[in-house]
Design a protein around this ligand. Structure first.
Ligand code: CP
Length: 307
């Protein structure tokens, strides 16, 4: 298969291969020259219909560090603004000799649709509330680097689970790798099918965090929320905010993670973001390594790679 569209259905072996390749890529990333020829002669385009800082730039740097040609489609000033469809836009980009299209789109399933219509590899950089597979891979890579293994880890994900593609991809990936995933948040922001995905549901942060190895905060995605579903910000912080007091219930050496962007003082206290247990900046660095690994694996096999 030629694309990376989600972690749902990926096998343990496939995830292990990506994480192992990311380790090699991290050594290139941390080297003085930051340059290799893994993607020499390949072209990578980012096509983002939603805002991004971390994902888009880390893909662009990842491709450049591996020697690829890169371009970024500015959707608002492209022919998308004139009404061009996603499929036509994808085919147009592909006709310029592009090997990989990295897409973020507000509609769940948009990358899957594009992948059916282009022969280029498609990487899902976040589709609606469905999946954000590269974020979950970088999260798992960070956990593995810090804790040695994913098997048996207790990971508490706190916040707006309903609108979180990060939570969904992490649940699929982490449970495949043998971790226990706990989710906590307001009942109105908890998807009804979340237990079927393999997560343990809590409505009190304290219960989810108790004894956890990792505590991951999520941003309230107010742009996706329906009015009336959400308590006030102050009430949300009081009931569900990740605070120093609540973190004391987790293991002493628990990691504090967040996919970003962070709303400091809302879903997590500012001191914890900057504190000794936080690995939030390392997540960003590891995001480049993971994206280098994926670009390499997808192009190396000449369209016979992971999905
Ligand atoms: N974590 C994440 O997807 O961040 P961006 O929206 O900045 O890409």
């Amino acid at each position: 298969q030629k694309d990376l569209l989600g972690l749902r259905g990926l096998t343990r072996e496939e995830i292990e291969e990506i994480l192992a390749t990311a380790e090699e890529m991290k050594s290139i990333l941390l080297s003085k020259v930051k340059k290799s020829s893994h993607l020499q002669g390949k072209s990578v385009v980012t096509l983002f219909y939603e805002n991004s800082t971390r994902t888009r730039f880390s893909f662009e740097f990842a491709a450049k560090y591996l020697g690829a040609h890169t371009a970024s489609v500015a959707v608002s000033s492209s022919s998308v603004a004139k009404g061009e469809s996603l499929i036509d836009t994808g085919k147009t980009i592909q006709s310029m000799g592009v090997d990989v299209i990295v897409i973020r789109h507000p509609m769940s399933g948009a990358p899957h649709l594009l992948a059916k219509h282009v022969s280029a590899s498609v990487i899902n950089a976040g589709d609606g509330i469905n999946e954000h597979p590269t974020q979950a891979l970088l999260d798992m890579f960070t956990m593995k680097q810090k804790k040695g293994a994913l098997d048996g880890l207790k990971v508490a994900i706190i916040g707006d689970i309903l609108h979180s593609r990060v939570a969904r991809s992490n649940i699929w990936g982490l449970t495949t790798m043998g971790a226990e995933v706990r989710v906590a948040g307001p009942p109105t922001l908890m998807p009804p099918d979340i237990e079927k995905m393999g997560a343990k549901v809590f409505f009190k942060v304290e219960e989810a965090v108790r004894g956890a190895d990792v505590v991951m905060g999520l941003r309230l995605q107010r742009e996706r929320q329906q009015k009336g579903l959400l308590p006030s910000l102050r009430e949300y912080t009081r009931l569900f905010g990740i605070t120093e007091e609540r973190i004391r219930l987790a293991k002493k050496d628990a990691l504090i993670m967040h996919p970003g962007p962070v709303n400091r003082g809302v879903e997590i206290s500012s001191n914890l973001v900057d504190g000794a247990q936080s690995v939030i900046n390392e997540q960003v660095t590891n995001g480049v390594a993971i994206r280098m690994a994926l670009l390499y694996l997808l192009t190396r096999r000449n369209h016979d790679a992971v999905r």
